[in-house]
Design a binder for this molecule. Structure first.
Ligand code: EPS
Length: 386
């Protein structure tokens, strides 16, 4: 569902590392490894992460497409090495294994394990779990941060905050006019990325409780983008609609099970008069008295903030595993245990920001075009409506 940009990732969770290519960027965008690293650090944090995140110091090296600090218009290639690789070199060797490597034979309910072995005909679940792992989202965040940089240069900022972990809810709406950068500043200072400190403590407790019980918890988070012009996306064809494009990118993250745009599911129990955002004029531009549409009407950005809510399921790898069947013996057994996180909702909110960055950078380039940042800026100056 990307029009101008293309991105691909490759790599296994415990392989040598992750690779990523982002193609279609204009030339002249300033980017460096330190900027990308800032976003990768945000993804690694959050109460409830397991020991792996203490081992990894995710850092994406820029291998191509950038010269003297600026993009060249050619594909940007990134390489993110797994520091844990040395402990997995035998289990994950590219060459045929010299000695026997124990196969994983106990599919975890909720992971891709069972459907994956059935699909490919594997007799070792590791062949599935290594690629279906959410480790891959590290590269999405790295590539997405380049899109974030492009958006920032055009005045668009993306942020997020956690609103619920398990049954603990942060009911505070972000103060009107709070920028995504401010939201991130407060959220990033919380161990669970929520705005309200009392709720933050309760969320930490529920994660600890789940962890003690060998269990995991999911949650909800809000993703916000401000500074958009009118006209990203189009109502003219199904696959050009902005909300469809954003949803496709978001729902490509394994653990994301639901998306709400603006008022979302809550709108269905309200009258139209309560839902739709009335229009005013301030002598210079149109204004809206509310933003229940979440910044998108008819599949087009309407210059209001884009507001999304995402639901994440609890992580399926459990320290106290659920019932399963050994795929070799067909005997009942507990599911496979793998080092895991008890909660990754804070990290997921950062991943969702990155997915939104892909969608919005792509829609900006689709609408305004240009082979260089200079041309993109000139086109925005000439025809951007705010
Ligand atoms: C990881 C995400 C998780 C972990 C992975 C690191 O993804 P999933 O549960 O989908 O496999 O598995 O690795 C570990 C926790 C580990 O101990 O190796 C991530 O976000 O980087």
């Amino acid at each position: 569902m990307l029009v101008r940009l293309k991105f691909l990732t490759a790599g296994e969770s415990h392989g040598q590392g992750l690779m990523g290519i982002l193609d279609g960027l204009p030339a002249g965008l300033e980017i460096d490894e330190a900027y990308i690293r800032t976003q990768l650090v945000r993804r690694q944090r959050g109460h409830g992460r397991g020991n792996r995140m203490k081992i990894e110091k995710d850092f994406a090296e820029i291998w191509s497409g950038v010269r003297h600090g600026k993009t060249l218009g050619s594909p940007v290639g990134l390489l993110l090495k797994n520091r844990d690789w040395q402990n997995w070199a035998k289990k994950m060797s590219v060459e045929p294994a010299k000695e026997g490597v124990k196969k994983v034979t106990l599919p975890r309910p909720g992971h891709a394990d069972l459907a994956g072995i059935q699909k490919f005909g594997f007799d070792d679940i590791r062949n599935v779990l290594e690629r279906s792992s959410a480790r891959e989202t590290a590269m999405r965040v790295a590539l997405g941060s380049i899109c974030r940089k492009l958006l920032e240069e055009t005045g668009i900022h993306v942020g997020s905050r956690v609103v619920q972990i398990h049954d603990v809810v942060d009911k505070t709406p972000p103060a009107v006019g709070m920028t995504p950068s401010k939201i991130n500043e407060i959220a990033d200072a919380s161990p669970v990325r929520c705005l309200e400190s009392n709720v933050s403590d309760a969320m930490v407790k529920i994660i600890d409780k789940a962890k003690e019980a060998g269990d995991s918890v999911g949650g909800l988070f809000e993703v916000i983008a401000c500074g958009l012009p009118y006209g990203l996306g189009a109502y003219t064809q199904w696959d050009r609609k902005l909300h469809a494009r954003i949803s496709a990118l978001m729902m490509s993250v394994n653990a994301f099970k639901g998306i709400e745009i603006g008022g979302g599911f809550g709108s269905s129990a309200k009258f139209g008069s309560e839902v739709h955002d009335e229009i005013g004029w301030n002598e210079q531009s149109y204004l809206r008295y509310s933003n229940n549409a979440g910044g998108i009407e008819g599949g087009i950005s309407n210059a209001q903030p884009i507001v999304l809510r995402m639901a994440m399921k609890p992580i399926p790898t459990l320290i106290k595993p659920l019932r399963s069947i050994d795929i070799h013996s067909k005997k009942p057994k507990e599911a496979h245990k793998e080092r895991t996180d008890s909660c990754a909702v804070p990290a997921a909110s950062v991943i969702a920001e990155s997915m939104l960055c892909f969608a919005l950078a792509d829609a900006m380039l689709e609408k305004f075009g240009g082979d260089s940042m200079e041309q993109l800026h000139a086109h925005i100056d000439a025809s951007g409506m705010y």
